[in-house]
Design a protein around this ligand. Structure first.
Ligand code: AR6
Length: 179
């Protein structure tokens, strides 16, 4: 699914966040210590190689909602933006904190004059955020920020399963239908 809003292309696709060679930056759903871990962050660190962990160790720890940027090393992307999403049921209010992750990542990318960015579904794996709720927060946040962007021209959500893809597509249709 792709839509253009205020000159920015918003795409929702199924895939692997480490296989997005046509975007300049990918977002990592990280942990506080910016260590490899599992899920998205394990995959990103494996693909980037050990230099990524070295750079990350200088930037850790980060707080829930924060975003920090590193190089991409062996990834096909120039940069990785690492965010710490809320643990569902623990870090509250979850929607505000999740929204902050997307805001901070997108603002940081725009400040660094990045033209394209790919996000995974932050917090909906190990951190337990229900994907239907999270997809609405993610997309509303991104849609609100789009008109303020100076450099980012392409924003992609990369979902790992058919169910997650469907949740994000439904959420976008619902939000755009509401307007
Ligand atoms: N590409 C795209 N999406 C993926 C990939 C991938 N390669 N791998 C998993 N997903 P998670 P969280 C999906 O658990 O919930 C880590 O250990 C996955 O199916 O990676 O924010 C960190 O170190 C799910 O829908 O992130 C933290 O400790 C979504 O990406 C913690 O887990 C997010 O799953 C972060 O948990």
């Amino acid at each position: 699914m792709r839509v253009e809003i205020s000159g920015v292309l918003l795409e929702i696709v199924k895939g692997d966040i480490t296989s997005q060679p046509d975007v300049e930056v990918i977002v990592n759903s990280a942990n506080r210590w910016l260590k490899p871990g599992g899920g998205v962050s394990g995959a990103i660190h494996r693909a980037a190689g050990p230099e990524l962990e070295k750079e990350c160790s200088k930037l850790a720890p980060i707080e829930v909602g924060d975003a920090v940027i590193t190089r991409g090393y062996n990834l096909p992307n120039d940069f990785v933006i690492h965010v710490l999403g809320p643990v569902y049921g623990k870090d509250k209010p979850e929607d505000v904190l999740l929204s902050r992750c997307y805001q901070n990542a997108l603002k940081l990318a725009d400040e660094r004059r990045v033209d394209s960015i790919a996000f995974p579904s932050i917090s909906t794996g190990i951190f337990g955020y229900p994907v239907r709720e999270a997809s609405k927060v993610a997309l509303k946040t991104i849609l609100e920020l789009i008109p303020t962007l100076k450099n980012v021209k392409k924003i992609r959500f990369v979902l790992f399963s058919d169910e997650d893809l469907q949740a994000y597509e439904d959420a976008l249709s619902e939000i755009l239908g509401e307007k």
